[in-house]
Ligand binder design. Structure first.
Ligand SMILES: N[C@@H](CCC(=O)N[C@@H](CS)C(=O)NCC(=O)O)C(=O)O
Length: 258
């Protein structure tokens, strides 16, 4: 994918979406899927993964991605705010149900996948444990490592609890999909595509990545994602993968471009 630099993007109008360039970051891939499903075009802007991104911070106040920048509006850097932006400016069927209780369920499932302490956050803690742990990160570690661990809530104790959270969330999603299938729906809530379906499809790559021909990421990242440990492998009910493959084929499109 071709990315604009921050300098090229900041004075343009319309939607500019800052993304971690050339990797399938799960929050970034989800934001792309959400805007696409709502028919909203955007210009991709480069964030350099794990780097200080000083120009980006000066423009948006954030170092990481994704960040949605619409015209001269304030930056939108949280997954839920990005979903609400897509709901507001997009067209076609909403990614949230009409009825408030169903909305609450859809947003709640999405939060279990995307929010701090949720599935993606927990998976990242386990990956950090492989890179920087076990145990707390040493205060003598390089500054960028300390910064990253602080930003993403890494500690030995948090990483220890993370696999249990992932397994519990995967169990909830699998139970929900079985229930929905029995009621005649392929989707997590109701009978049409919702944001939570897109989030699960994108975040599932953190434990069971799509084949490299569909998601041509650096092979080392693919291996790291695929190696999620025996507890997670045991919790991977085939219905979770069947759902995400259907969501990619029917709604998001393959191969991925990042
Ligand atoms: N702000 C997002 C989460 C953003 C996030 O965690 N981004 C990560 C994963 S894609 C990232 O940019 N990582 C690369 C980096 O930190 O440089 C939200 O909670 O909605």
């Amino acid at each position: 994918m071709q990315y604009l630099s921050v300098a090229e993007a900041r004075d343009l109008t319309g939607l500019r979406l800052v993304l971690s360039a050339h990797v399938p970051g799960p929050w970034g891939e989800s934001a792309k899927a959400v805007f696409k499903a709502r028919g909203v075009g955007f210009r991709p802007v480069e964030q350099k993964i794990l780097e200080p991104n000083e120009e980006l911070v000066a423009w948006t106040g954030s170092r990481n991605a994704p960040i949605a920048m619409l015209d001269a509006d304030p930056p939108v850097s949280n997954w839920l705010d990005q979903l609400m932006l897509a709901e507001r400016i997009g067209t076609g069927p909403s990614l949230l149900p009409e009825a408030p209780l169903d909305r609450a369920l859809s947003i709640g499932i999405s939060a279990e996948i995307c929010a701090p302490g949720g599935f993606g956050w927990s998976r990242r803690l386990v990956m950090f444990q492989g890179l920087y742990g076990p145990g707390d990160v040493s205060p003598a570690a390089p500054a960028h490592v300390l910064h990253m661990c602080r930003q993403y809530g890494y500690s030995g104790a948090a990483a220890e609890a993370a696999t249990g959270r992932m397994v519990a969330i995967m169990g909830m999603l699998a139970d929900r999909l079985h229930l929905q299938r029995a009621a005649g729906s392929d989707y997590l809530v109701g009978d049409r595509l919702g944001a939570c379906d897109l989030y699960w499809a994108c975040f599932s790559n953190m434990i069971a990545p799509l084949p490299l021909e569909d998601a041509p990421m650096p092979p080392a990242l693919h291996e790291r994602y695929a190696d999620a440990g025996s507890e997670v492998a045991a919790a991977l009910d085939p219905i979770l993968i069947a759902h995400r493959d259907m969501i990619y084929r029917r709604h998001i499109g393959l191969p991925l471009e990042f």
